[in-house]
Design a protein around this ligand. Sequence first.
Ligand code: SF4
Length: 389
Amino acid sequence: MSNLILNSERLNNVLENKIISNADVLQIYQEARTDSSELFLAAQNLRKKFKGKTITFSKKAFFNVINMCKDTCTYCTYKAEPGEEKLSMMSKQQIKQMLSLAKKYRCVEALFVTGERPEQRYQEARDWLAENDFKSTAEYLTHASEWALEEGLFPHTNAGNLTYDEMKDLQKTNVSMGLMLENSSERLSMKGMPHYLAPSKRPKSRLEVLENSGKLKIPMTTGILLGIGETPEEIIESIFAIKKLHEKYGNIQEVILQNFQPKLDTAMSNFPSTEENYFKIIVSLTRIIMPEMNIQIPPNLSPKSYQSFLSVGINDWGGISPLTPDYVNPEFSWPKIKNIAKNSKKVGFDLKCRFPIYPEFFSFISKELREKISFIEDEEGLVKEEYWR
Ligand code: SF4
């Protein structure tokens, strides 16, 4: 039982570990739009109870393996068309060179990202695969992941809706994988909405892939994209959808809450950025819905205020790269790790480097992968300082 007593009976129930319903959360949301102080206090209380004074991050290199994509989301600036300057199609040699550079920079994670099944739509992508002797992007990724392990980095793949068998293959080398749910609302896939031309973003497809990751016992990172035209009800539904998956399979290792930022070259360039107080309320709601979950916001997308999210319930900054840009949000460079450490310290938190898999999930991975982690892990299951500082 918590010592904190609030005026809100619903929030007191949360602090006493009572089950909270979707309707309760909506009511808490509505009250917080007028005054969010009690919600933030409750979230922070739970964060301290379950996560202490540590804030984690993963030191990574971002491998933009191929950014052609068969789908089109109206907010996306990552996707490239053949001939565009930002097009990326990494050769085997480029991947290997980048891995060795990442090791020199003392990165721990190799984040492999691709667009959604580019070879289904583009001849250029099929030619690129043939030149590198692979039949599919997924096959390429299994090999890239092996090279990462050989170099002493830990792969984490985020390649859209992979099949059960593709994930099963990647599981041999990847300590965790990622797929954003984004939102569980079908409405956002209707005509005129951001996911209309992106069949892979249909909630049914996304949830099926996440279900498969659960069946395979893959530690999974998922999350929600806020500010793309969703309603509060839809956001709350989406958080509950993730909670339900986790209750069923126990494999959701973290929830990313990502704030939409408009991109100049996209159909949503005139859409406003996600309002910060709304964003904070959703972070806090996620904490009260899943008190023990690892909750992350990307600090580069709130460059002036990221440290203030430490008082609304987060316990992770996600992947930060000293070496590569955030290709999904190229106009937002990552803050320097030493500045994140300093700013976190100012508000009472110690920055520590984690693996792309959280310690609570070490039992999910193979003996071989577990052993590789054990060589550089500290007594808390985080990365020993001398391997990343
Ligand atoms: S967000 Fe992902 S699925 Fe959508 S267009 Fe961009 S790369 Fe493709």
